[in-house]
Write a protein that binds this ligand. Structure first.
Ligand SMILES: [Zn+2]
Length: 453
């Protein structure tokens, strides 16, 4: 049978499959959006309708971004919010985000997903938790952008229901009531959640954080997720301020609170998880609660160093997140993988975290919080045809002859040469395949100026 795409002649194919096979001189064929064959230099290759020459390149599965707020690229590096910790940063930006509308959601998703694709990401989640009154269908607008670009997309229906007058952090203008949030969550799942293994769109439910939603919304969202069989996401244990807030507001620490509202299950994945104590790490691991490690954001907001090795050892699936474009400002999964590797070495010694560990977290680690094994985050027959071709040449790689995977993450900085989703190119020769970038950048500038003005 003729394949749709053949990626051939790689320096190395790092499959990150169950056996963690690495194939020198390897090739990957994609047919009908799925990986249809993988082989080495001596294996017969299928005929293909199109071919990508990967000579001199590392080929990996597409990277899986497990935490983001795409809309925040409209307020990147916003001067009045550059020096505060998480709570100050949020209070400065909430009033700007109250101006979001469908055009802002579309254009921020278009630019943000393009940025992610250039950094080797093929599946991204998004956590859009600001839904101002009369702002329209923001999640549908984001999904339209992902479809235009051909990115695999897992937006979450974010929410905030606890405003300042009720003891929460956000102003009244950006919160909704619980019934409205739950009804809209159910509508979005019915309209967009695709349960097929090759799905391009999946929806999860995502109250923003303990300090911005009511206890009843947390409980009722968990019940709804169970009934609809969709995943649950929120921010947890990001800062010591949050620990103090939870102790004062609820009389318990964040992980105890999470257990009380019915979220301590493998349906849940959490952004950040910087401040669990040893006992809480063990409880999260035993329950297989996933973690989205966001190393750049955690450093830029001064939040702390997450216990990644401890969480993994306890059994929690750990993935990587670029986090919102207004906190980490840059959105490259390659950069997050490198930063995760550096933080791992800083915490536990040079031998404690390799480039392969970081690649694993960035691919199948994140995939484990989102889908059954074998769908994304690995290159194996039957998995989604999502892969990245990384050039290992030029000045940055001169002299790096002995280990392509270590070289990939130690040398650089690196962008993807080719990013492929479901067998279709999203980035070709380092350039986005969709032709609308110039127009959307101009539109993004106009919308950003309106929000910041
Ligand atoms: Zn976040």
């Amino acid at each position: 049978m003729t394949a749709d795409l053949l990626v051939t002649g790689a320096e190395l194919v790092a499959t990150v499959d169950d056996a963690r096979r690495e194939i020198p001189g390897g090739w990957v064929a994609v047919t009908d959006g799925l990986v249809s064959a993988i082989g080495g230099a001596g294996d017969p290759q299928p005929e293909a309708a199109s071919t990508i020459d990967a000579s001199g390149c590392l080929v990996t599965p597409g990277l899986v971004n497990t935490h983001h707020h795409l809309y925040q690229n409209l307020t990147r590096a916003f001067a009045p919010a550059l020096t505060g910790g998480l709570f100050d940063w949020l209070r400065t930006l909430y009033p700007l985000w109250a101006r979001l509308d469908e055009e802002a959601a579309y254009v921020s998703a278009y630019i943000g997903l393009t940025e992610l694709a250039l950094g080797g990401c093929t599946t991204s989640t998004d956590h859009l938790y600001v839904h101002p009154r009369a702002s329209g269908d923001l999640i549908a607008a984001e999904i339209a952008a992902a479809r235009d670009l051909g990115m695999r997309f897992h937006p979450t229906r974010g929410s905030m229901s606890l405003s300042e007058k009720d003891g929460g952090l956000p102003p009244d203008s950006v919160v909704q009531d619980d019934d409205e949030i739950l009804a809209d969550s159910e509508r979005l799942v019915a309209e967009f959640h695709d349960r097929s293994p090759a799905a391009m769109t999946r929806i999860a439910l995502a109250p923003c954080s303990p300090f911005s939603v009511s206890t009843s919304l947390m409980t009722r969202t968990a019940e709804l997720a169970e009934r609809l069989d969709v995943r649950l996401h929120t921010h947890l244990c990001e800062t010591e301020d949050e620990n103090a807030f939870c102790l004062e507001q609820f009389g318990r620490r964040p992980v105890d609170y999470l257990a009380d509202v019915g979220w301590l299950t493998d349906r849940t994945w959490l952004a950040h998880v910087v401040w669990p104590d040893a006992g809480e790490v063990a409880r999260l691991g035993a329950a297989r609660v996933g973690a989205a490690h966001c190393p750049s954001s955690n450093m830029i907001l001064g939040s702390g160093l997450a216990p990644v090795a401890e969480l993994r050892a306890a059994g929690a699936p750990v993935g990587l997140g670029v986090d919102g474009s207004a906190s980490s400002d840059s959105a490259s999964m390659w950069l997050e993988a490198r930063t995760a590797m550096l933080q791992g070495k800083l915490r536990h010694g040079a031998g404690s975290m390799s480039a392969r560990d970081a690649l694993e977290i960035a691919t199948r680690g994140g995939a484990a919080s989102h889908r059954p094994a074998g769908e994304i985050g690995e290159l194996s027959v039957g998995a989604c045809g999502d892969l990245v071709v990384w050039a290992l040449d030029g000045v940055a790689f001169a002299g790096a002859l002995s280990d392509p995977v270590e070289a990939w993450l130690r040398c650089g900085p690196v962008s993807a040469r080719h990013t492929v989703v479901a067998g279709r190119p999203v980035v070709t020769d380092g350039v986005p395949a969709h032709s609308g970038l110039g127009e959307q950048l101009a539109r993004h500038r106009r919308v950003s100026a309106r929000l910041q003005g």
